[in-house]
Each structure stands twice: as structure tokens, then as C-alpha cells.
Design a protein around this ligand. Sequence first.
Ligand SMILES: [Zn+2]
Length: 64
Amino acid sequence: MAAKEVKEGAAEGEAKPVVEKQTNCLACNKLIKKLKRYYRDGKFYCSKKCWRAFINKSKSEETK
Ligand SMILES: [Zn+2]
């Protein structure tokens, strides 16, 4: 009977590209739940309120 060698943690150091998916709200930085997400202009927010907050913020930065 030969001892069976089990290799653990193989393929270490394998670089895999990190795909950054936007999962956090741009206004409050909270994690967005799939059911409650609010999509606007290619970005995700957790609610319409946060979208408004983000728009207001970016607007006030524009008009300084
Ligand atoms: Zn939010």
C-alpha cells in the first residue's frame, strides 16, 4: 500500500486579473444590494436618494 500524497494549495502565485465590479454606492459607499440597487448613467447607487446626493455633490463641485 502506497501512501497517497495530497497536494494542497496548488497553483499558488497564479496571477489572475482583478475585475473590479462596482458594488458600493458612490454616495454613501455602502454595499449595494442587488434588489435595491439604483442604476443611473452607468453607475450604481443604493437608492435614488443616494443618486441625488451624488449628483448634488458633483454639481456643487462643478460650480465653485
Ligand atoms: Zn448609498
